[in-house]
Design a protein around this ligand. Structure first.
Ligand SMILES: [Zn+2]
Length: 627
């Protein structure tokens, strides 16, 4: 069975009914409704309108007013709410009432409860979202005059269901037995149409999903409902408004684009690979229709970009989902924060630079609720002097090193050991920058060479490297990296050490909203390579940047805070072509992210993000397993 999702086709049709002016005869619009879904859904692509539209008035209007092109970047909020399954009973004259088997709706609900997790994570590539499943199946009766109904009827039912049950943030899910001999027909979703998702004029999203069989199972090896249901849930999650702007994120991995792809999951919800024929796959508990990678989505065809690896752009592990730990503490007037895990005393350490010129230290142990202690370091700077702060942990000497970039062009080093009362020492590094030129500092410790490396990004568009060892008097050397950026373009710098590859990795965030990766080894002359990562957050969007190396997963992780309040994760392995994932981890209110610290604690293999917010709250997120 090769089914189509007709969401986009119906969306375009409804859009045209709303927007085409009165002088175009309505009969021409009705004729449009008879076009194949594929043609309708890509009317925006232009092409030869003459071959598909007879009415010259309509052709002229369409040529001048093309249907908006859907965008891979989704400006409107994604779905945050619950799926509510409704079992409809259809009453018709002279026929017994008809409804889908109750047991089959329950099976589909159980399926959706499993599939919702991975779908939420795949959809997080397009923006923050949440997908819960209500355990309560609602009953609803409708009266039909004959055997047919249309989407306009369905919209009315959805509004009544929401009102009758006082539902909020709900998406109504209607399963329709499309094969039973006495089943009524949705004329907007008949034949080989699998289903669609839309939103009523009152703003209530819904999914209408045909089911092609009975006695359903969660595994649905014969694909009687799971492809269509997961497809519509995923697309609704990314596009709950169902307007013409947002992408249909499954069509590129479905029958619409002749590219049926499915992700397989075990009973723990762990991704175990993919297939294009679930009936021949084994070892899975459930599957979902794949969700296309945002960078592979072609708005003009709504399929994968021409030349893509059609399997790779659909089948991949869902992005990591982070746990929200909650607030650590409040530090007023945050300018910058940084952190690391110290193996010597098994503590997480986060330091916060404030506008008053203080360096505030916070520490806690693994599995601890809240924090263990906090204090200001006994080193103060003038008010407004701190620009950026970085930390390094010397795992050989068990020494904490904090580096402070200041408005006077100086970089100050502070160091101490866990058992030190107060600090061991502090001093300006003997490298001066033009006052006002320091934008960001970052630091890393190379345990193979016992080397500290500090990176300073400047308004001149340079990334300056300063390095030394514990035994060095002063610094051993310093130089600009041979990768220039345009003056004023650097907004953030983060550096970390890949201890498996013995490689330095520096990521520079730019005003254009890009991340530029630079990497080299200790014995490299210059750098090994540098390139933009295949991500873009939009012009002037990056508010904060932090990165680390996860030795457990051998993964480079960069955390980006954007001005719209979102926290994004980007991660990749040394061997990855491009990146593994780019997704939204969580969202705060707009303009609330001041700074963030990402770090890895090797002893419990946990990745951490600490976000410093404008209201002074320090919020922690963490993740251990990929699932
Ligand atoms: Zn679709």
């Amino acid at each position: 069975m090769n089914t189509l999702c007709v969401t986009r086709a119906i969306k375009v049709l409804k859009y045209l009914h709303r927007t085409v002016p009165e002088n175009v005869p309505r009969s021409s619009l009705l004729a449009l409704g008879k076009l194949p879904p594929r043609v309708l859904s890509t009317l925006h692509a232009g092409g030869d309108l003459r071959s598909v539209i007879d009415d010259p008035e309509l052709r002229k209007w369409l040529a001048a007013n093309p249907v908006p092109v859907p965008k891979a970047s989704v400006p409107d909020p994604l779905f945050h709410g619950s799926l509510v399954f409704v079992r409809i009973t259809y009453n018709r004259p002279s026929q017994p009432p008809f409804s889908i088997n109750a047991a089959d709706v329950q099976t589909a609900l159980n399926y959706a409860s499993l599939a919702g997790g991975p779908i939420q994570r795949y959809a997080s590539q397009y923006g923050p979202n949440s997908v819960a499943v209500s355990s309560n199946i609602l009953a609803f009766n409708v009266d039909l005059q004959g055997n047919n109904f249309a989407d306009d009827d369905v919209q009315g039912w959805v509004d009544r269901i929401v009102d009758n049950n006082h539902l909020t943030n709900a998406c109504i899910v209607i399963l329709h037995d499309a094969l039973a001999a006495n089943s009524p027909v949705n004329t907007d979703a008949s034949g080989n149409v699998g289903g669609y998702h839309l939103c009523t004029d009152n703003g209530h999203p819904y999914c209408f999903c045909n089911v092609f069989g009975q006695n359903l199972t969660v595994a649905d090896t014969n694909n009687r409902y799971a492809e269509i249901l997961s497809h519509e849930i995923a697309e609704m999650t990314v596009d709950p408004k169902g307007d013409v702007n947002n992408p249909e994120v499954c069509d590129g991995c479905a029958g619409n684009c002749n590219n049926d792809q499915f992700d397989l999951f075990d009973s723990n919800g762990t991704f175990i690979g993919g297939t294009n024929t679930p009936s021949t796959a084994s070892g899975f508990t459930f599957f979902i229709n794949s969700i296309i990678r945002p960078d592979a989505y072609d708005p003009n065809t709504e399929c994968a970009v021409a030349g893509s690896d059609l399997q790779a752009v659909c089948i991949y592990a869902p992005p990591v989902a982070w746990n929200e730990q909650g607030d650590l503490t409040t530090v007023n007037n945050i300018v910058s924060l940084a952190g690391h895990f110290s193996t010597g005393d098994q503590r997480h350490l986060v330091v916060v630079g404030t506008t008053q010129g203080k360096i505030h230290e916070i520490f806690w142990k693994p599995a601890q609720q809240g924090i263990e202690g906090q204090d200001d370091l006994p080193v103060g700077f003038g008010a407004g002097l701190i620009v950026s702060i970085a930390t390094m942990y010397n795992s050989d000497q068990q020494r904490h090193v904090v580096v402070v970039g200041k408005t006077d062009g100086k970089v100050h080093e502070i160091f101490w050991k866990p058992e030190t009362v107060g600090i061991e020492g502090h001093d300006d590094l003997p490298v001066a920058f033009t006052p006002g030129s320091i934008v960001a500092v970052s630091g890393l410790y190379n345990s193979d060479e016992q080397r500290y490396v500090v990176l300073v990004g400047t308004t001149a568009g340079k990334v300056h490297e300063i390095f030394w060892k514990d035994t060095t008097v002063g610094v051993k050397g310093h130089d600009d990296l041979p990768v220039p950026f345009a003056p004023g373009s650097i907004v953030g710098v983060t550096g970390f050490y890949n201890s498996d590859q013995r490689r330095y990795v520096v990521v520079v965030g730019t005003r254009a909203g890009k991340l530029h990766e630079i990497f080299w080894k200790d014995d490299t002359i210059g750098v090994e390579g540098h390139d933009d990562l295949p991500v873009s957050f939009g012009s002037d969007s990056i508010a904060a940047l932090s990165g680390f190396y996860d030795q457990g997963k051998q993964r480079h992780v960069v955390i980006v805070g954007t001005k719209d309040g979102r926290v994004h994760q980007v991660y990749w392995k040394a061997t990855t072509v491009g990146i593994e994932a780019n997704s939204t981890v969580t969202q705060f209110s707009a303009h609330s992210i001041v700074s963030l610290a990402g770090f890895y604690s090797a002893s419990d293999q946990i990745e951490h993000i600490v976000v410093g917010l404008a209201n002074g709250l320090l919020r922690e997120l963490w993740v251990k397993q990929d699932v």
